[in-house]
Design a protein around this ligand. Structure first.
Ligand SMILES: Nc1ncnc2c1ncn2[C@@H]1O[C@H](COP(=O)(O)OP(=O)(O)O)[C@@H](O)[C@H]1O
Ligand SMILES: [Mg+2]
Length: 219
């Protein structure tokens, strides 16, 4: 198995608080990993460091075997924008834009030509079961549908890794399972997925469960 992301002796300290303690973790290409643990145990903090959204106080991160230089924010942004897709508990869609336009935004930022962007965005919305809903604004969609638009948006740069922080935290059980099934399908297609959840039932549907407590990985 190929290691895609490696964390070595990662610590995160904010003020007096020691949030992550000597975290060693290997994420393998193509796996679907869940991170569980009580509220405040450091799950989100760990996920943000894995996703290069935050910098550790000490320790090393390797992506595809290359040591990340935290001083090189430009390279970090490049890795984040090309390799990773993010899904959060709150979808952060732009209310004034349609589903299609929301998915197009990152493509425009990546300088993909508009015609091609539309084709990609339509395909992605179809993939998450939203064919025919392209022109709806977020408030014209259900919570579950909104989260699926957010997933389509996260997929727009064709990321190798999907990073999701409680992506079903606001959804009912039916929509939770729809989102889980989309993640499972994406994983079957080769995406590496790292998902924080507090629902053991969801974690049990993944390849590997990482359990956190008080800033440490306990199993
Ligand atoms: N920006 C921050 N400033 C200070 N403390 C923080 C910050 N972010 C997180 N924490 C603290 O770090 C701990 C872990 O938080 P978090 O990673 O959000 O946990 P979880 O996602 O498991 O609920 C908590 O005690 C939280 O209060
Ligand atoms: Mg959290």
């Amino acid at each position: 198995m190929k290691t895609i992301i490696k964390l070595s002796k990662i610590n995160k300290i904010i003020g007096q608080e020691h949030i992550l303690k000597d975290i060693d973790l290997d994420i393998y290409e193509g796996e679907f990993v869940s991170i569980i643990g009580p509220s405040g145990s450091g799950k989100s903090s760990l996920l943000y460091i894995i996703g290069l959204l935050d910098t550790p106080t000490s320790g090393s991160i390797y992506i595809d075997g290359n040591l990340i230089d935290f001083k090189n924010q430009r390279e970090i942004a490049r890795l984040r924008n090309t390799k990773m897709g993010f899904v959060f508990q709150f979808h952060y869609l732009i209310n004034e834009l349609t589903a299609l336009e929301n998915v197009i935004v990152p493509l425009i930022k990546a300088r993909v030509e508009i015609g091609k962007s539309k084709v990609i965005a339509r395909e992605l919305l179809k993939k998450v079961g939203l064919e025919g809903k392209e022109d709806r604004k977020p408030y014209q969609l259900s919570g579950g549908q909104q989260q699926r638009v957010a997933i389509a948006r996260a997929l727009s740069n064709n990321p190798q890794v999907i990073i999701a922080d409680e992506p079903t935290g606001n959804l009912d059980s039916k929509n939770t399972q729809i989102v889980m099934d989309i993640f499972k399908q994406l994983n079957t297609e080769g995406k590496t997925i790292i998902m924080v959840t507090h629902e053991l039932e969801l974690a049990n549907q993944t390849n590997r469960i990482i359990s956190m407590k008080d800033g440490r990985i306990v199993s």
